[in-house]
Design a protein around this ligand. Sequence first.
Ligand SMILES: [Zn+2]
Ligand SMILES: [Zn+2]
Length: 273
Amino acid sequence: MSKGELLLKRSSQYIDFMRYGLSSWFSEALKSTGWKPGLAADRAWSWLPSQCAICKVWPARAVCDECVAAFAQPVHRCPRCALQRPSASAHCPECLTDPPPWHDALTAVSYQWPWVDLIAQFKYQAQPGWSGTLASLMHSAPGVEDALAQGSLLVPMPMHKLRWAERGFNPALLLAQHLSPATTCADVLWRVRHTPAQRSLPRSERLKNLEGAFQLDPLKTHLLRDRHVLLVDDVMTTGASLRSATKALLAAGPASVSILVLARTERPGTAKN
Ligand SMILES: [Zn+2]
Ligand SMILES: [Zn+2]
């Protein structure tokens, strides 16, 4: 590596530390004060140029246009559960026999490399700085712009207060606020039971784990009546949490409930970039 290349590499590493390391540190510092950072921890460092987290080209956006084109291409998906399908409008057999409670489901990408790593940094390494980049991917997904244009109310998947305190921010809330701050309704649906993490449980126990986990704020249910609701989350795996939350939302009499997630876990062997 030439001296020039080495210098470029060191500079990009320094800037990435500034952008993501500091956003993480800022988020941790705010957490210790009990204040929930919202978009502040994200936007504080977003003016800095960055290295593409996937191909490492620099300077670039956090994920460069070439990587978005290569790894976030729209694919045919089941309209009800967003699983990848071989052709357009093909429902998967499960959705024909046991349809989910929501009207339709939208996703930006499959939950696989390279998105798994970036989502892990966002969620588990406390780097809220990723929310803007990941929300723009969601915004570009087919159907999302139309759903936002029709004035849908965005309800982020709620997080129990203990888990919120532990993580310092709710990833779904940050994504929703980036997508449409004016129509994000963060305090109508609550997670009232602190349940073991869904990913730690076998499929059969996931629905049981969620019984009574979500509740509507009785003083705010009128906000949902006759509205199109978009329930926003980061990742859909079995969809058990989303099913349970949708059932709670439907009790308020919305016109419809749709699901919008950043990434969808595919059935083994079906996902292609
Ligand atoms: Zn790239
Ligand atoms: Zn389906």
